[in-house]
Design a binder for this molecule. Sequence first.
Ligand SMILES: Nc1ncnc2c1ncn2[C@@H]1O[C@H](COP(=O)(O)OP(=O)(O)OP(=O)(O)O)[C@@H](O)[C@H]1O
Length: 224
Amino acid sequence: MAAFDFRGPQQIEFLDYLGQGLHAHVVKARIKNQEYALKLFRFGYDEEWYGPGQMGYNEDRAKPTMFAQYSEDFNCECRAFGRLQESSHAGLAVACYAYILLDETHEHMLADRFELEFNGSVDWPGYYDMRGRFLGERSGKPPPIRGLLKALGKPGPVTDPPNFTISSARRLLRNTIKMHPLGIIFLDTRQDQFIEDKMCDFSQTLTVPHFLTNPELNPQLNDK
Ligand SMILES: Nc1ncnc2c1ncn2[C@@H]1O[C@H](COP(=O)(O)OP(=O)(O)OP(=O)(O)O)[C@@H](O)[C@H]1O
């Protein structure tokens, strides 16, 4: 997954709020006359990650830092979309073009436009200052808000979507099965994860290589 190339200073217009989930807020954004869905990730509770365990045991940042690359939601999603791109299978999911790290000006613009909480989860927003746990060692500043730029879609109703036909269900199943040999597993497949019949959310997905699928690192795997 590459960084978005603004060909100059960052320039984003935040247009509308599209929705939220456990891990992110999604806004409609315009960049250079093109509209996108920009998924802006929360700084989630690491007790919800795979691996590092309860937050109380992770006061030292070494452990979350090591696991973050595999377990943290933004990284999970970058790894899955990255694998789809590098294996020329990007068409199996909604188009994801690049990642964006909001600069301070755009973070202020976002805050002027919407009141969004980036610490925690949709269930426990703002309970702990998770972002503040990872201050830059030299700058002392919190890490930037991280976003993924995707094709703008029209999410259907979550229950009984009228356009969810047998053939679209078959296509989704086929696409899901095609991702497994690419090393993209644990897809958290649910009706509301699809936008216009394509998988859109990989924030909990495992992409191999991954410590959970490696018998040397995961003692719970056996030879069977
Ligand atoms: N490409 C898109 N176009 C339009 N709306 C979108 C798009 N992607 C996401 N949304 C909206 O934003 C909502 C949250 O997005 P998403 O499911 O990716 O977030 P999440 O926090 O990872 O969710 P989850 O709790 O399911 O893991 C979606 O339910 C949908 O309404």
